[in-house]
Design a protein around this ligand. Structure first.
Ligand code: C5P
Length: 226
């Protein structure tokens, strides 16, 4: 199975289902994010359950106080999904509560802590956010503070460092681009092959969905075979 998660960043439910049916055998799973979930909610996720898509990744990037995190995860009952994201910046207590809620909801549900978004680089961190830390150090500290999670979302630039420090955690990597692809707002970008040296799975959106998805996917899969 290819270690690729397709980010379905759309509000168009029919289109999302059609694309998924077309390429389901070539990817690990799909990621349903905020755009999709805000438009379709749990009913939208159920449509993917009805066509038996396994390992659904619900990328809600929760970031709130522990009690709210716990209750909002418990409110996701009645749908099947395997991965859920919570921001590391929500703090250790929130990550712990997320794990607690996940265990109650579904013992197979894995909580992934989003470290630092791949759209943020050191310049933004230092000059605008006034966080005087190297990206790698910050990601490591955020990961350490979220280590109760089952895994992390981090750029391919930090996946080696995370793998060395957390050999048993999952590492999923967005911000993936083939050479020459439009980067959009992503800053800490690496290629599929580079990311998969240390990450378990890569998350790809626009590089696959812009233009012919099957062609784009074949190009990525070939690049992984070299
Ligand atoms: O490949 P593309 O840039 O289109 O992927 C964007 C997707 O990756 C979005 O669904 C976004 O939510 C997700 N993402 C993420 N974590 C980041 C950066 C992007 O989950 N650090």
């Amino acid at each position: 199975m290819n270690r690729i998660i397709l980010a379905l960043d759309t509000t168009n439910l029919d289109e999302a289902i059609d694309i998924t049916k077309k390429i389901r055998n070539k990817i690990f799973t799909v990621k349903l994010g905020l755009e999709f979930f805000n438009a379709h909610g749990k009913e939208g996720v159920k449509k993917f359950n009805q066509i038996s898509i396994n390992n659904i990744f619900l990328d809600l990037k929760l970031a709130d106080v522990a009690n709210t995190i716990k209750k909002s995860i418990m409110a996701l009952d009645g749908i099947n999904f395997e991965y859920l994201t919570v921001h590391s910046f929500a703090g250790n207590e929130s990550i712990k509560k997320a794990k607690e809620a996940a265990k109650k909801l579904n013992p197979n549900l894995k909580i992934l802590a989003v470290t630092l978004l791949t759209s943020i680089d050191e310049t933004e961190l230092k000059s605008r956010m006034k966080i005087n830390s190297k990206v790698e150090d910050l990601v490591l500290n955020l990961a350490k503070n979220s280590s109760e999670a089952d895994g992390f979302i981090a750029s391919g630039m930090e996946s080696k460092m995370l793998r060395e420090n957390f050999p048993n955690h999952l590492i999923f990597t967005p911000g993936i681009r083939m050479p020459g692809d439009d980067r959009h707002e992503q800053k800490r970008v690496v290629s599929p092959a580079e990311a998969l040296k240390y990450s378990d799975l890569i998350i790809m959106g626009r590089s696959l969905t812009s233009g012919d998805i099957e062609k784009n996917l074949s190009r990525v899969i070939s690049s992984l075979k070299i």
